[in-house]
Design a binder for this molecule. Sequence first.
Ligand SMILES: [Zn+2]
Length: 102
Amino acid sequence: MKLETWHGRNMGSIKRGLMADEETRRKATVLGELVERRIDVFCWCNRCGHNSIVPATRLVAELGPAFPVPDVGAHMRCTCCGSKDIAARPDWPSLGQVARHG
Ligand SMILES: [Zn+2]
């Protein structure tokens, strides 16, 4: 009986750990985090498809380190067509490798 009780508690703590991890992933990445990891921001124009890599250090200087990366696009303008409908995401270097494995 004692062994069963211990096992139950252990499972509970594992479940809590997974939930905390999910919470972290749902939180938007901020510019300061990208500067720390030396990752730039990938910007994409939803109107004409023009895209470019913007240094995170440059964006931090303008918007601050606590600024969420997905909101960066709202502050940008396409150099190609002038549209302000810009999507922004961290330019994670590992994304391509993950796709190939999948
Ligand atoms: Zn454009």
